[in-house]
Design a protein around this ligand. Structure first.
Ligand code: 3HC
Length: 319
Protein backbone atom coordinates (compact mmCIF):
# COMPACT_ATOMS: atom_id res chain seq x y z
CA UNK A 1 0.00 0.00 0.00
CA UNK A 2 1.58 3.33 -1.07
CA UNK A 3 2.23 5.73 1.86
CA UNK A 4 0.47 9.14 1.84
CA UNK A 5 3.82 10.86 1.23
CA UNK A 6 4.51 8.65 -1.77
CA UNK A 7 1.06 9.36 -3.19
CA UNK A 8 1.59 13.10 -2.89
CA UNK A 9 4.90 12.79 -4.75
CA UNK A 10 3.30 10.63 -7.45
CA UNK A 11 0.46 13.15 -7.86
CA UNK A 12 2.96 16.01 -8.07
CA UNK A 13 4.92 14.22 -10.81
CA UNK A 14 1.69 13.30 -12.60
CA UNK A 15 0.44 16.90 -12.69
CA UNK A 16 3.93 18.04 -13.80
CA UNK A 17 3.65 15.70 -16.81
CA UNK A 18 0.17 17.08 -17.60
CA UNK A 19 1.41 20.69 -17.27
CA UNK A 20 4.30 19.87 -19.66
CA UNK A 21 1.93 18.26 -22.18
CA UNK A 22 3.47 14.82 -21.72
CA UNK A 23 0.87 12.23 -22.73
CA UNK A 24 -0.37 9.81 -20.05
CA UNK A 25 -0.30 6.22 -21.33
CA UNK A 26 -2.16 3.13 -20.00
CA UNK A 27 0.81 1.77 -18.02
CA UNK A 28 1.68 5.14 -16.43
CA UNK A 29 0.75 5.87 -12.82
CA UNK A 30 -2.38 8.02 -12.64
CA UNK A 31 -4.66 9.22 -9.81
CA UNK A 32 -7.74 6.98 -9.40
CA UNK A 33 -9.92 10.07 -9.93
CA UNK A 34 -8.25 10.76 -13.32
CA UNK A 35 -8.85 7.15 -14.38
CA UNK A 36 -12.45 7.30 -13.11
CA UNK A 37 -13.39 10.47 -14.96
CA UNK A 38 -11.82 9.20 -18.17
CA UNK A 39 -13.79 5.94 -17.93
CA UNK A 40 -16.91 8.04 -17.26
CA UNK A 41 -16.37 10.35 -20.25
CA UNK A 42 -14.98 7.86 -22.77
CA UNK A 43 -17.63 5.20 -22.01
CA UNK A 44 -20.43 7.76 -22.38
CA UNK A 45 -18.84 9.00 -25.57
CA UNK A 46 -18.83 5.41 -26.87
CA UNK A 47 -22.47 4.92 -25.83
CA UNK A 48 -23.33 8.14 -27.70
CA UNK A 49 -21.76 6.79 -30.89
CA UNK A 50 -23.66 3.50 -30.67
CA UNK A 51 -27.04 4.99 -29.68
CA UNK A 52 -26.39 7.74 -32.26
CA UNK A 53 -26.71 5.10 -35.01
CA UNK A 54 -30.41 4.61 -34.23
CA UNK A 55 -31.98 7.95 -35.30
CA UNK A 56 -30.20 7.80 -38.69
CA UNK A 57 -30.60 4.02 -39.04
CA UNK A 58 -34.32 4.77 -39.10
CA UNK A 59 -33.93 6.34 -42.57
CA UNK A 60 -31.50 3.98 -44.34
CA UNK A 61 -34.34 1.98 -45.94
CA UNK A 62 -36.15 5.22 -46.83
CA UNK A 63 -33.33 7.18 -48.46
CA UNK A 64 -34.55 8.97 -51.63
CA UNK A 65 -32.03 7.22 -53.92
CA UNK A 66 -29.22 4.66 -53.96
CA UNK A 67 -26.47 7.28 -53.61
CA UNK A 68 -28.06 8.83 -50.51
CA UNK A 69 -28.61 5.36 -49.08
CA UNK A 70 -24.96 4.35 -49.64
CA UNK A 71 -23.64 7.57 -48.05
CA UNK A 72 -25.94 7.28 -45.02
CA UNK A 73 -25.06 3.60 -44.62
CA UNK A 74 -21.35 4.46 -44.66
CA UNK A 75 -21.87 7.17 -42.07
CA UNK A 76 -23.83 4.96 -39.70
CA UNK A 77 -21.21 2.22 -40.06
CA UNK A 78 -18.52 4.80 -39.19
CA UNK A 79 -20.38 5.58 -35.95
CA UNK A 80 -20.29 1.90 -34.99
CA UNK A 81 -16.53 1.94 -35.54
CA UNK A 82 -16.17 5.06 -33.40
CA UNK A 83 -18.06 3.33 -30.62
CA UNK A 84 -15.82 0.23 -30.76
CA UNK A 85 -12.72 2.45 -30.86
CA UNK A 86 -13.86 4.26 -27.73
CA UNK A 87 -14.90 1.09 -25.87
CA UNK A 88 -11.35 -0.18 -26.58
CA UNK A 89 -9.88 3.09 -25.25
CA UNK A 90 -11.99 2.53 -22.13
CA UNK A 91 -10.57 -0.97 -21.70
CA UNK A 92 -7.02 0.45 -21.61
CA UNK A 93 -8.11 2.07 -18.30
CA UNK A 94 -9.21 -1.28 -16.90
CA UNK A 95 -12.93 -0.94 -17.67
CA UNK A 96 -14.71 -4.23 -18.41
CA UNK A 97 -16.51 -4.11 -21.80
CA UNK A 98 -19.53 -6.14 -20.67
CA UNK A 99 -20.00 -4.03 -17.50
CA UNK A 100 -19.61 -0.82 -19.51
CA UNK A 101 -22.32 -1.84 -21.97
CA UNK A 102 -24.56 -3.12 -19.17
CA UNK A 103 -24.30 0.35 -17.55
CA UNK A 104 -25.89 1.79 -20.71
CA UNK A 105 -28.66 -0.83 -20.71
CA UNK A 106 -29.41 -0.38 -17.01
CA UNK A 107 -29.68 3.40 -17.38
CA UNK A 108 -26.68 3.92 -15.06
CA UNK A 109 -24.56 5.47 -17.83
CA UNK A 110 -25.42 8.52 -19.92
CA UNK A 111 -25.18 9.12 -23.63
CA UNK A 112 -25.60 12.34 -25.58
CA UNK A 113 -29.03 13.92 -25.11
CA UNK A 114 -29.30 14.75 -28.81
CA UNK A 115 -30.02 11.14 -29.74
CA UNK A 116 -33.26 11.13 -27.76
CA UNK A 117 -35.08 13.22 -30.36
CA UNK A 118 -37.09 11.56 -33.17
CA UNK A 119 -36.10 11.73 -36.85
CA UNK A 120 -39.34 12.66 -38.61
CA UNK A 121 -38.23 13.44 -42.18
CA UNK A 122 -35.36 12.89 -44.60
CA UNK A 123 -34.29 16.48 -43.91
CA UNK A 124 -33.44 15.32 -40.39
CA UNK A 125 -30.59 13.29 -41.91
CA UNK A 126 -29.22 16.55 -43.23
CA UNK A 127 -29.78 18.40 -39.95
CA UNK A 128 -28.06 15.64 -37.97
CA UNK A 129 -25.00 15.50 -40.23
CA UNK A 130 -24.76 19.30 -40.46
CA UNK A 131 -25.57 20.24 -36.83
CA UNK A 132 -24.96 17.16 -34.66
CA UNK A 133 -21.78 16.00 -36.37
CA UNK A 134 -20.80 19.66 -36.77
CA UNK A 135 -21.15 20.08 -32.98
CA UNK A 136 -19.33 16.78 -32.42
CA UNK A 137 -16.40 18.06 -34.50
CA UNK A 138 -16.20 21.23 -32.36
CA UNK A 139 -16.07 19.10 -29.25
CA UNK A 140 -13.84 16.30 -30.58
CA UNK A 141 -11.06 18.29 -32.29
CA UNK A 142 -9.77 19.60 -28.91
CA UNK A 143 -10.00 16.01 -27.61
CA UNK A 144 -7.25 15.11 -30.13
CA UNK A 145 -5.00 17.00 -27.67
CA UNK A 146 -6.41 15.25 -24.60
CA UNK A 147 -3.78 14.28 -22.02
CA UNK A 148 -4.72 10.59 -22.18
CA UNK A 149 -2.91 9.00 -25.16
CA UNK A 150 -5.38 6.34 -26.35
CA UNK A 151 -8.34 8.76 -26.24
CA UNK A 152 -6.45 11.50 -28.09
CA UNK A 153 -5.27 9.08 -30.78
CA UNK A 154 -8.77 7.61 -31.22
CA UNK A 155 -10.09 11.15 -31.75
CA UNK A 156 -7.69 11.82 -34.66
CA UNK A 157 -9.27 9.00 -36.68
CA UNK A 158 -12.79 9.87 -35.53
CA UNK A 159 -12.46 13.54 -36.48
CA UNK A 160 -11.37 12.69 -40.03
CA UNK A 161 -14.59 10.71 -40.50
CA UNK A 162 -16.74 13.34 -38.75
CA UNK A 163 -15.75 15.86 -41.44
CA UNK A 164 -17.28 13.54 -44.07
CA UNK A 165 -20.37 13.17 -41.84
CA UNK A 166 -20.81 16.93 -41.55
CA UNK A 167 -20.29 17.52 -45.30
CA UNK A 168 -22.81 14.89 -46.39
CA UNK A 169 -25.37 16.32 -43.97
CA UNK A 170 -24.82 19.89 -45.14
CA UNK A 171 -25.16 18.74 -48.76
CA UNK A 172 -28.54 17.11 -48.00
CA UNK A 173 -29.95 20.14 -46.20
CA UNK A 174 -28.56 22.61 -48.79
CA UNK A 175 -30.19 20.71 -51.68
CA UNK A 176 -33.53 20.69 -49.86
CA UNK A 177 -33.26 24.35 -48.80
CA UNK A 178 -32.74 25.30 -52.44
CA UNK A 179 -35.35 22.86 -53.76
CA UNK A 180 -39.14 23.12 -54.04
CA UNK A 181 -41.11 25.14 -51.45
CA UNK A 182 -42.13 21.85 -49.77
CA UNK A 183 -38.48 20.74 -49.61
CA UNK A 184 -37.38 24.09 -48.18
CA UNK A 185 -40.13 23.86 -45.58
CA UNK A 186 -38.93 20.35 -44.64
CA UNK A 187 -35.35 21.65 -44.23
CA UNK A 188 -36.50 24.58 -42.08
CA UNK A 189 -38.63 22.27 -39.93
CA UNK A 190 -35.60 20.00 -39.33
CA UNK A 191 -33.46 23.02 -38.36
CA UNK A 192 -36.21 24.24 -36.02
CA UNK A 193 -36.33 20.88 -34.25
CA UNK A 194 -32.55 20.18 -34.05
CA UNK A 195 -31.04 23.63 -33.40
CA UNK A 196 -31.54 23.93 -29.64
CA UNK A 197 -30.87 20.22 -28.85
CA UNK A 198 -27.59 20.62 -30.81
CA UNK A 199 -26.56 23.51 -28.53
CA UNK A 200 -27.36 21.30 -25.54
CA UNK A 201 -24.85 18.67 -26.80
CA UNK A 202 -22.02 20.83 -25.40
CA UNK A 203 -23.27 20.21 -21.86
CA UNK A 204 -24.49 22.53 -19.11
CA UNK A 205 -23.22 26.09 -18.86
CA UNK A 206 -19.74 26.41 -17.38
CA UNK A 207 -21.18 27.62 -14.06
CA UNK A 208 -23.28 24.45 -13.81
CA UNK A 209 -20.65 21.96 -14.97
CA UNK A 210 -19.39 19.90 -12.00
CA UNK A 211 -16.67 18.14 -14.04
CA UNK A 212 -15.19 20.89 -16.21
CA UNK A 213 -12.77 22.57 -13.79
CA UNK A 214 -10.95 19.34 -12.91
CA UNK A 215 -11.10 18.04 -16.49
CA UNK A 216 -9.49 21.28 -17.68
CA UNK A 217 -6.75 21.00 -14.99
CA UNK A 218 -6.02 17.47 -16.21
CA UNK A 219 -6.17 18.65 -19.86
CA UNK A 220 -8.88 16.12 -20.64
CA UNK A 221 -10.97 19.12 -21.65
CA UNK A 222 -9.06 21.83 -23.51
CA UNK A 223 -12.00 24.24 -23.85
CA UNK A 224 -15.04 24.85 -21.70
CA UNK A 225 -18.59 23.83 -22.68
CA UNK A 226 -19.63 27.46 -23.30
CA UNK A 227 -16.52 28.25 -25.39
CA UNK A 228 -17.20 25.34 -27.77
CA UNK A 229 -20.92 26.14 -27.90
CA UNK A 230 -20.13 29.73 -28.87
CA UNK A 231 -17.68 28.56 -31.56
CA UNK A 232 -20.37 26.26 -32.98
CA UNK A 233 -22.93 29.09 -33.14
CA UNK A 234 -20.43 31.49 -34.74
CA UNK A 235 -19.56 28.95 -37.46
CA UNK A 236 -23.06 27.56 -38.09
CA UNK A 237 -25.22 30.71 -38.30
CA UNK A 238 -23.51 31.95 -41.51
CA UNK A 239 -23.96 28.47 -43.03
CA UNK A 240 -27.71 28.62 -42.38
CA UNK A 241 -27.89 32.12 -43.88
CA UNK A 242 -25.95 30.95 -46.94
CA UNK A 243 -28.61 28.35 -47.78
CA UNK A 244 -31.54 30.62 -46.89
CA UNK A 245 -32.64 28.97 -43.64
CA UNK A 246 -33.55 30.88 -40.47
CA UNK A 247 -32.07 29.94 -37.09
CA UNK A 248 -35.05 29.50 -34.70
CA UNK A 249 -33.83 32.08 -32.15
CA UNK A 250 -35.33 35.60 -32.11
CA UNK A 251 -32.57 36.75 -29.75
CA UNK A 252 -29.79 35.81 -32.18
CA UNK A 253 -27.72 38.82 -33.19
CA UNK A 254 -24.16 39.60 -34.24
CA UNK A 255 -22.13 41.61 -31.73
CA UNK A 256 -19.53 43.61 -33.67
CA UNK A 257 -17.62 44.47 -30.47
CA UNK A 258 -17.13 40.85 -29.33
CA UNK A 259 -17.14 39.39 -32.88
CA UNK A 260 -19.54 36.70 -31.65
CA UNK A 261 -23.24 35.94 -32.08
CA UNK A 262 -25.35 36.55 -29.03
CA UNK A 263 -28.09 33.94 -28.71
CA UNK A 264 -31.14 33.20 -26.61
CA UNK A 265 -31.38 31.25 -23.33
CA UNK A 266 -31.19 27.45 -23.61
CA UNK A 267 -34.09 25.57 -21.99
CA UNK A 268 -32.04 23.87 -19.26
CA UNK A 269 -35.15 22.22 -17.81
CA UNK A 270 -35.60 20.39 -21.12
CA UNK A 271 -31.87 19.53 -21.15
CA UNK A 272 -31.84 17.97 -17.66
CA UNK A 273 -35.15 16.18 -18.26
CA UNK A 274 -33.70 14.53 -21.38
CA UNK A 275 -30.43 13.73 -19.57
CA UNK A 276 -32.46 12.17 -16.73
CA UNK A 277 -34.19 9.87 -19.24
CA UNK A 278 -37.43 11.77 -19.86
CA UNK A 279 -36.77 12.79 -23.46
CA UNK A 280 -39.03 11.90 -26.43
CA UNK A 281 -37.10 8.71 -27.35
CA UNK A 282 -35.00 7.72 -24.32
CA UNK A 283 -36.93 4.53 -23.52
CA UNK A 284 -37.05 3.43 -27.19
CA UNK A 285 -33.33 4.02 -27.71
CA UNK A 286 -32.13 2.07 -24.66
CA UNK A 287 -34.71 -0.69 -25.23
CA UNK A 288 -33.44 -1.10 -28.81
CA UNK A 289 -29.88 -1.46 -27.52
CA UNK A 290 -31.03 -3.97 -24.87
CA UNK A 291 -32.84 -6.05 -27.51
CA UNK A 292 -29.79 -5.91 -29.83
CA UNK A 293 -27.68 -7.41 -27.06
CA UNK A 294 -30.24 -10.15 -26.35
CA UNK A 295 -30.63 -10.98 -30.07
CA UNK A 296 -26.85 -11.10 -30.50
CA UNK A 297 -26.31 -13.58 -27.65
CA UNK A 298 -26.17 -16.58 -30.04
CA UNK A 299 -23.48 -14.90 -32.17
CA UNK A 300 -21.27 -14.32 -29.12
CA UNK A 301 -21.84 -17.89 -27.90
CA UNK A 302 -20.95 -19.29 -31.33
CA UNK A 303 -17.78 -17.19 -31.52
CA UNK A 304 -16.67 -18.35 -28.04
CA UNK A 305 -17.45 -22.00 -28.89
CA UNK A 306 -15.49 -21.74 -32.14
CA UNK A 307 -12.51 -20.12 -30.37
CA UNK A 308 -12.50 -22.83 -27.67
CA UNK A 309 -12.73 -25.64 -30.27
CA UNK A 310 -9.85 -24.07 -32.23
CA UNK A 311 -7.74 -23.70 -29.08
CA UNK A 312 -8.41 -27.31 -27.99
CA UNK A 313 -7.45 -28.52 -31.49
CA UNK A 314 -4.15 -26.56 -31.32
CA UNK A 315 -3.46 -27.95 -27.82
CA UNK A 316 -4.15 -31.49 -29.07
CA UNK A 317 -1.66 -31.02 -31.94
CA UNK A 318 1.01 -29.67 -29.53
CA UNK A 319 0.52 -32.56 -27.05
N1 3HC B 1 -26.12 14.60 -22.91
C1 3HC B 1 -26.11 13.79 -21.83
N2 3HC B 1 -25.41 14.06 -20.70
C2 3HC B 1 -24.68 15.17 -20.69
C3 3HC B 1 -24.61 16.06 -21.78
C4 3HC B 1 -25.38 15.72 -22.94
N3 3HC B 1 -25.40 16.49 -24.01
N4 3HC B 1 -23.79 17.08 -21.46
C5 3HC B 1 -23.36 16.84 -20.20
N5 3HC B 1 -23.90 15.71 -19.74
C6 3HC B 1 -23.70 15.14 -18.42
C7 3HC B 1 -22.25 14.79 -18.17
O1 3HC B 1 -21.96 13.48 -18.62
C8 3HC B 1 -22.19 14.92 -16.64
O2 3HC B 1 -22.80 13.78 -16.05
P1 3HC B 1 -21.88 12.63 -15.38
O3 3HC B 1 -20.97 13.33 -14.42
O4 3HC B 1 -22.87 11.70 -14.75
O5 3HC B 1 -21.12 12.00 -16.53
C9 3HC B 1 -23.15 16.08 -16.36
O6 3HC B 1 -24.03 16.15 -17.47
C10 3HC B 1 -22.44 17.41 -16.12
O7 3HC B 1 -21.81 17.81 -17.33
P2 3HC B 1 -20.29 18.30 -17.33
O8 3HC B 1 -20.16 19.36 -18.35
O9 3HC B 1 -19.82 18.58 -15.94
O10 3HC B 1 -19.60 16.94 -17.80
P3 3HC B 1 -18.30 16.79 -18.74
O11 3HC B 1 -17.17 17.59 -18.20
O12 3HC B 1 -18.12 15.33 -18.92
O13 3HC B 1 -18.73 17.48 -20.14
C11 3HC B 1 -19.25 16.64 -22.34
C12 3HC B 1 -19.78 16.90 -20.92
C13 3HC B 1 -18.90 17.98 -22.99
C14 3HC B 1 -20.32 15.91 -23.17
C15 3HC B 1 -17.98 15.79 -22.20
O14 3HC B 1 -18.30 14.62 -21.50
C16 3HC B 1 -17.37 15.39 -23.55
O15 3HC B 1 -16.71 16.18 -24.20
N6 3HC B 1 -17.55 14.12 -23.94
C17 3HC B 1 -16.90 13.60 -25.14
C18 3HC B 1 -17.64 13.95 -26.40
C19 3HC B 1 -19.04 13.36 -26.43
O16 3HC B 1 -19.39 12.51 -25.68
N7 3HC B 1 -19.85 13.89 -27.30
C20 3HC B 1 -21.24 13.40 -27.36
C21 3HC B 1 -21.68 13.25 -28.73
S1 3HC B 1 -20.82 12.01 -29.59
C22 3HC B 1 -21.42 12.28 -31.13
O17 3HC B 1 -22.09 13.22 -31.35
C23 3HC B 1 -21.08 11.30 -32.19
C24 3HC B 1 -21.15 11.88 -33.54
O18 3HC B 1 -20.55 10.94 -34.40
C25 3HC B 1 -22.53 12.12 -34.02
Amino acid sequence: MEKAQDILELERRFQEKIDNDIRIEPNDWMPDAYRKTLIRQISQHAHSEIVGMLPEGNWITRAPNLRRKAVLLAKVQDEAGHGLYLYSACETLGADREETIDDLHSGKAKYSSIFNYPTLSWADMGAIGWLVDGAAIMNQVPLCRCSYGPYARAMVRVCKEESFHQRQGFEIISKLAQGSPEQKEMAQDALNRFWWPSLMMFGPSDDDSPNSAQSMKWKIKRNSNDELRQLFVDVTVPQAEMIGLKIPDNDLKWNEATQHYEFGEIDWTEFWEVVKGNGPCNYERVETRRKAKENGEWVRAAAVAYAEKKKNKELAVEA
